[in-house]
Ligand binder design. Structure first.
Ligand SMILES: Cc1cc2nc3c(=O)[nH]c(=O)nc-3n(C[C@H](O)[C@H](O)[C@H](O)COP(=O)(O)OP(=O)(O)OC[C@H]3O[C@@H](n4cnc5c(N)ncnc54)[C@H](O)[C@@H]3O)c2cc1C
Length: 574
């Protein structure tokens, strides 16, 4: 008896202790944890569709096919980005139970200890420090053998992992040969690219084996790891899919208090209302959460008034301070056919690999072509720091990310390649989420702020130079044939910066639109307990509360926010 309901009429009632808006990465965790208490009733309202049987989500290698399909996406675009020479870029957000964890790149990267220590400092709550958060990483993570069961000694540090959590994490389960060249480079160019046994230890600097949210050869999403069939069958947990929340409703009291949620179902124009006896937990993500709140009358007063939305709470920080990891790619053609490109060009190989994955969950379908990831800092004392304040959280925090990829990164191109996708790990750029109209069905204005700061362009420029240095190690001789991107006729820094602005894109890591701040701060959206400032009844638990984007892909940080957020809710109501 799955508690996923097909219609509003089938719901057991219209009042619950907790209503979780958004069954995404964080929302799935919160609903799962809160419904551990059989005395509490929990309802998830998720706008997207089921994750059941979606092979493009389950088979790790098929993620790009999933991303090109509109049914599992909100199909957003950014506003024209001045930092990208005015280009507007497509902006992925998942429209499926499990949220972005069900269609992301599965990188499992926690960030630096400094990142979390800075959260503690910014919020005045030591509970967000690395040491305090560390047990939540372990509570979330279920370290798993890679799909090929290879000997993983020397590829990670077991002391910083846990095999008893929920979300499957593993090393690559199919070893593209380029991985051994990357490892050899850490020996041949060890000053620039030292090997790091485990970048998830709190000190990510160096090059290490990539850890993925993959278990048993399949993607492990928040839905598959926290909303398992036994959890879904709890009598106190209820899930309604294709339920699009329009706004939160306030009740009449002295203090602004929200206790209702208005939503549509299956795209019908009829609006329904459900009530929360204890709390509404907003987990609609960095775009969805401010969107719902602004349509509820919360946000920048002038902006809301300009759209004719009655203002209940003037909260100018809502939707501000968002950031992402802008990224660009360097690509070389190689003297080998044994790269991941082969899957896109050799149908026999593709079909055999798919059949292998279907029968044993092994083979090339169990991973992406990325074998390693590197994290690096700009040179200490670089001239750039005279012009810009260093945005990195501390000395263990990278400015640069390098993703070492067998094949083209995230796309297709005829031939065989090695790529290094580079990203700004600690961006200075900021963007915003704003409403476009008073119609809750209209997408918001998404300004991801990509490369808005010249500092971030400088970081990508230096990262591309690092990538080019990487392939000068002797081990690449005879393997690398020709540099494809950036084109070799780019010989000056200013031409390189032009290339970056005209080709760079997003990592889809948008965070920070409802940032945490200290209780007494005159800015921010939630307090350190994740409660909406200036109102009662609403807590925000998702990537929007990150006061700074971590120097890492954002799902691990989202998982720990959700785990700690669930504990904060339990403590408040027990
Ligand atoms: C393409 C892509 C690749 C990525 N790759 C990686 C990676 O490799 N590693 C990594 O660590 N991170 C990655 N990320 C980022 C990471 O997945 C996200 O930061 C994280 O999952 C965000 O979690 P969340 O809970 O904040 O939001 P989400 O997971 O987006 O959850 C929000 C949920 O709310 C629902 N929702 C929104 N609005 C409404 C509404 N009005 N009514 C009802 N429901 C609503 C959405 O449908 C969604 O299910 C990637 C993201 C994307 C998009």
């Amino acid at each position: 008896q799955s508690k996923i309901y097909g219609s509003v009429a089938d719901l057991p009632g219209l009042t619950y202790d907790f209503i979780v808006v958004g069954g995404g990465t964080a929302g799935s965790v919160v609903a799962s944890r809160l419904s551990e208490n059989p005395a509490w009733s929990v309802l998830i309202l998720e706008a997207g569709v089921t994750n059941e049987g979606v092979v493009l989500s389950e088979a790790p290698v098929l993620v790009n096919q999933m991303l090109s399909h509109p049914i599992w996406s909100w199909n957003y675009s950014t506003t024209p980005q001045p930092g990208l020479n005015g280009r507007a870029v497509s902006y992925q957000r998942a429209h499926i139970l499990g949220g972005c964890s069900a269609h992301n790149g599965m990188f499992y990267t926690r960030g630096s200890a400094d990142d979390f220590d800075r959260y503690a400092e910014l919020t005045g709550d030591s509970g967000w420090s690395w040491d305090s958060i560390f047990p939540y990483f372990l509570k979330n993570e279920r370290w798993t053998a890679p799909a090929d069961h290879h000997d993983t000694r020397g590829q990670y540090n077991p002391r910083v992992h846990s095999s008893t959590g929920k979300t499957g994490v593993s090393l690559p389960g199919y070893r593209w040969p380029v991985g051994s060249r990357v490892m050899q480079t850490t020996k041949e160019l060890s000053d620039d690219f030292p090997f790091n046994l485990d970048y998830n230890s709190g000190n990510p600097l160096g090059v290490g084996w990539l850890q993925y949210t993959i278990g048993g050869g399949e993607r492990s999403s928040a839905a598959t790891s926290y909303l398992t069939s036994d959890v879904q069958q709890r009598p106190n947990l209820h899930i309604l899919l294709t339920a699009r929340v329009f706004s939160l409703l306030s009740n009449k009291s002295n203090r602004l208090s929200f206790n209702g949620v208005q939503f549509s179902h299956n795209g019908s124009p009829e609006l329904f209302t459900v009530s929360a006896k204890k709390e509404i937990v907003l987990s609609a993500g960095t775009i969805g959460t401010p969107h719902v709140l602004m349509h509820s009358g919360v946000g920048n007063k002038a902006d809301l008034e300009g759209l004719g939305i009655p203002v209940l709470l003037d909260l100018p920080s809502l939707g501000q301070n968002v950031s992402d990891h802008a990224a660009a790619t360097t690509t070389w053609s190689v003297n080998s056919t044994d790269t991941q490109d082969e899957l896109g060009q050799n149908m026999t190989f593709f079909n055999e690999a798919f059949a292998e994955w279907n029968s044993t969950k092994t083979g090339p379908f169990t991973t992406l072509g990325i074998t390693h990831v590197g994290w690096a800092r700009l040179k200490e004392g670089d001239e750039i720091f005279k012009q810009f304040e260093d945005p990195a959280a501390g000395p263990r925090t990278p400015h640069i990310e390098l993703k070492f990829t067998s094949g083209t990164f995230g796309g297709s191109r005829v031939g065989h390649y090695f790529s290094i996708n580079v990203a700004v790990a600690s961006p200075l750029s900021r963007g915003s989420i704003k409403l476009n109209s008073s119609n809750p069905l209209d997408p918001p204005l998404i300004d991801a702020g990509l490369l808005q700061s010249d500092f971030d362009v400088f970081v990508i420029q230096e990262a591309i130079k690092m990538a080019q240095k990487f392939v000068t190690a002797p081990v690449w001789k005879g393997y690398i044939l020709e540099q494809i991107t950036p084109p070799t006729n780019i010989t000056t820094d200013s031409a390189l910066r032009d290339f970056i602005r005209s080709t760079a894109g997003t990592s889809s890591h948008l965070a920070g639109s409802a940032g945490m701040s200290a209780r007494n701060a005159g800015y921010g959206v939630v307090d350190p307990d994740l409660l909406l400032k200036g109102a009662v009844g609403v807590r925000i638990v998702d990537a929007s509360v990150l006061p700074r984007i971590p120097s890492a892909h954002t799902q691990a940080a989202t998982y720990v926010i959700a785990e700690r957020g669930s504990d904060l809710i339990k403590q408040a109501w027990s």
